[in-house]
Design a protein around this ligand. Sequence first.
Ligand SMILES: NC(=O)c1ccc[n+]([C@@H]2O[C@H](COP(=O)([O-])OP(=O)(O)OC[C@H]3O[C@@H](n4cnc5c(N)ncnc54)[C@H](O)[C@@H]3O)[C@@H](O)[C@H]2O)c1
Length: 372
Amino acid sequence: MSPSAGNPLNLAIIGAGLVSDYHHVPGILLDPRARVAAVCDTDEALLEKRKTDWGVEKVTTDPGEIFSDPGIDGVIIATPNFTHPALAIDAARNGKHIMCEKPLGLNATEVASMHEAAKTAGVVHMTAFTYRFAPSMRYLKHLVQNGDLGQPRHFRSQRFLDLPETSWGWRQYRDKGGAGDLFDMTIHRIDFAQDLLGPINRICGSVANFAPRTETADGSPCAPSEVDDWSAIIGDFESGATGVWEGTTLAKGYNRDGFGHEWAEINGSEASAVYRLHEPNILLLGRHGGDLEPIEVPAEFLKPEDSPRKPADGEPATVFRYDLAWEFVSAILEDRDAIPSFWDGWSAQVIADATLDSREQGRWIDIEQPAR
Ligand SMILES: NC(=O)c1ccc[n+]([C@@H]2O[C@H](COP(=O)([O-])OP(=O)(O)OC[C@H]3O[C@@H](n4cnc5c(N)ncnc54)[C@H](O)[C@@H]3O)[C@@H](O)[C@H]2O)c1
């Protein structure tokens, strides 16, 4: 299902909401190897708007029309969480390459069936784990792999947002979102922790819900939130390293132009290194007896090698997200697995599910990593 030489890859967006507009479509528009060929959303008014916003002619409210169109090579699924499994499985059965938003499903059983369907169909499958693409994250991974930090001992992640306490829409109901902060935010940090340090083999976790969210932003009443707005995990990696994660959407004073506070660090036997979202082109690095010092991320980590994206253009904490689409298209054209794949989404989901189980059962949970 790859395009003939010279023709751009035809991608369809399924779910034309916030995240598609924020980075999936801008990412495709930057990439001469692909085009937005069609858009599907259940909201007809939004589809009309996207025709102008994105310069797309073909729009539909029926995903089946996209899946049965032989001219479509791949899809980006960016709909509410509960719709991902059925859409991804249908896409795979129709031979479409798939990038799907996180969390891939509402639980690991659903995600396993998505992984199976994509593998059986032989299509490229990718989980939209955005923060793996941040320049300082890519550089941090290089430093770990190169041994520059020595033996990694501790991983530590903080993701603090200062969001309004009004309704989260579909996100605040268990049957639509699955969980709150845990599936929305912390799952990314589970993913990049394993990407940096290898598999996690046991965890102890907790979640809590403080904000009732019984009103929409315009003051209309709605049913209260059923999901967490704080989540935390401590865990052990197979390597022997330890991990600590905390996420909240209720950290007053942590707005930071909407990007919030993100801090993820590794303390190794030789050095500590820190990634922060709001300054993604700078890494903090420190050695024994000294302080953390900012260092510029070297040019080769600012973007994928052949991407035409100019790292100096745009808000640094936004523009690296365009590289997700670059990776998806590259994997299709190079006939290789996308990174991160549905397997990574599945592995992170197993740990997110275990966090809820741990909280409910009041104990540590051993992690059985999924089969590849
Ligand atoms: N990777 C990231 O950094 C990141 C950031 C934000 C959101 N997300 C994820 O992206 C997904 C979408 O989030 P969002 O903030 O864009 O939500 P959103 O509510 O703004 O957009 C979702 C869109 O999907 C449409 N939709 C609903 N059901 C549909 C269906 N069955 N078929 C087609 N369209 C349908 C809705 O009308 C809406 O326009 C979620 O899974 C979320 O977790 C990921």
